[in-house]
Design a protein around this ligand. Structure first.
Ligand SMILES: *Cc1c(COP(=O)(O)O)cnc(C)c1O
Length: 364
């Protein structure tokens, strides 16, 4: 039987990192620490309460959750004055990004991204029929500002998507670079929205600002965030965007009604009420990250400065072999980035000790 699969999907495979069991899961940038007992109790209580009303559809606009998120971001990033009207929420920042592409991309339109970057960006473009233009980053994974500003001028995109800190490299863009991108986007005839994907914001090093503080200066900027990484809540699927109310209203047009279940809303609100407990391990992860950078540099590797919870290091002559030999020793990392590089997510101190021990064995 012929299935009328879209021509552009012929031969395509479902995307995702391999889900294999290993002693140390250092491959998809999760927080290695499960939620503390008090948070598990709070989530259970909130979900039990929500269950009493599960015969009804959830709050379509997730207003209470969006107000909680606004309060959290205002506090975390020192960006006072944000309200629910500045926040959008969906099932992971993946869905938020899909909404952004559906609202501001589309057939005949162009999105500009700076590669190598997050491997989902081509998928958002494909699913929204938006033409994706890659601008290559510099050798050190920093933004090539001349190339980027020139692409914004000549491609007249409706969207620019930049991950900062970038995945898989871990480095953050400087504020003045993002400001220059915003200025160039403001000159695109017909308008251009700049998305700063801050999935790893909470891991940034001291002195590295979040672009959330600039949302009120730039009505065409969207900062996306997630509870999947620092918040240790990848399983709950909750991502959000911070932007001007006009942008949020545009995203509300393309969402499916009741996209966020009452259970998800209850879980996320309970977690936000305990953000300090959930984020309490972030300092430890940052310290472990800095130690990992120092360790790998000490062994002679090039390591990108990281403001995230992972580290990209190289060069490796045979990264596939190293990946498999680590896995045989119980350590799962990720073959990602340009040829010759490997990415390791920062786990617990014990997991990182296991990583170092295994690494020394396989490179001895
Ligand atoms: C992990 C990650 C996300 C998070 O996706 P969720 O759907 O929120 O789990 C978003 N952007 C980047 C760059 C990431 O690495």
């Amino acid at each position: 039987m012929d299935l009328p699969l879209r021509n552009d999907l012929a031969g395509a495979l479902p995307y995702g990192a391999p889900q294999v069991q290993a002693e140390a899961l250092l491959n998809v940038n999760e927080n290695p620490y499960p939620p503390p007992a008090e948070v598990i109790d709070a989530i259970s209580d909130h979900v039990r309460e929500a269950a009493t009303g599960l015969n009804r559809y959830p709050d379509r606009d997730a207003t209470a959750l969006r107000a909680d998120l606004a309060q959290y971001v205002a506090r975390e990033s020192d960006a006072p004055g944000l309200t629910a009207d500045n926040v959008w929420a969906a099932n992971g920042s993946n869905e938020v990004m899909m909404h952004i592409h559906q609202a501001f991309g589309g057939p005949g339109r162009t999105v500009v991204a700076a590669s190598p970057t997050y491997s989902m960006y081509p998928e958002y473009a494909r699913e929204s029929f938006t033409h994706l233009v890659h601008v290559q980053r510099r050798e050190d994974f920093g933004l090539d500002m001349d190339a980027l500003l020139s692409a914004i001028e000549h491609e007249t995109p409706t969207l620019v998507v930049l991950a900062s800190p970038n995945n898989p490299s871990g480095n953050a863009a400087a504020s003045h670079e993002l400001e220059a991108v915003c200025a160039a986007a403001a000159n695109v005839p017909g308008g251009c929205v700049v998305v700063v994907d801050e999935a790893y914001a909470e891991f940034r090093r001291p002195g590295v600002p979040s672009f959330v503080t600039r949302v009120r200066d730039y009505p065409h900027v969207i900062v996306t965030r997630t509870m999947s990484k620092a918040f240790a809540l990848a399983g709950a699927r909750l991502g959000y965007a911070v932007a001007s109310p006009a942008v949020i209203d545009a995203l509300r047009i393309v969402r499916l009604p009741y996209h966020l279940s009452a259970v998800t809303q209850a879980t996320a609100r309970a977690a936000l009420h305990h953000s300090e407990a959930l984020l309490s391990q972030v300092g430890k992860i940052r310290q472990e990250r800095d130690n990992t950078v120092t360790y790998l540099r000490g062994r002679g590797y090039t390591v990108v400065d990281s403001d995230a919870n992972f580290v990209l290091f190289g060069p490796h002559r045979d990264r596939e072999r190293l990946f498999h030999e680590l896995l045989e020793r119980g350590v799962l990392i990720r073959v990602i980035g340009p040829p010759g590089w490997l990415r390791v997510t920062i786990g617990t101190s014990q997991e990182m000790a296991l990583f170092r021990k295994a690494w020394e064995e396989i490179t001895a």
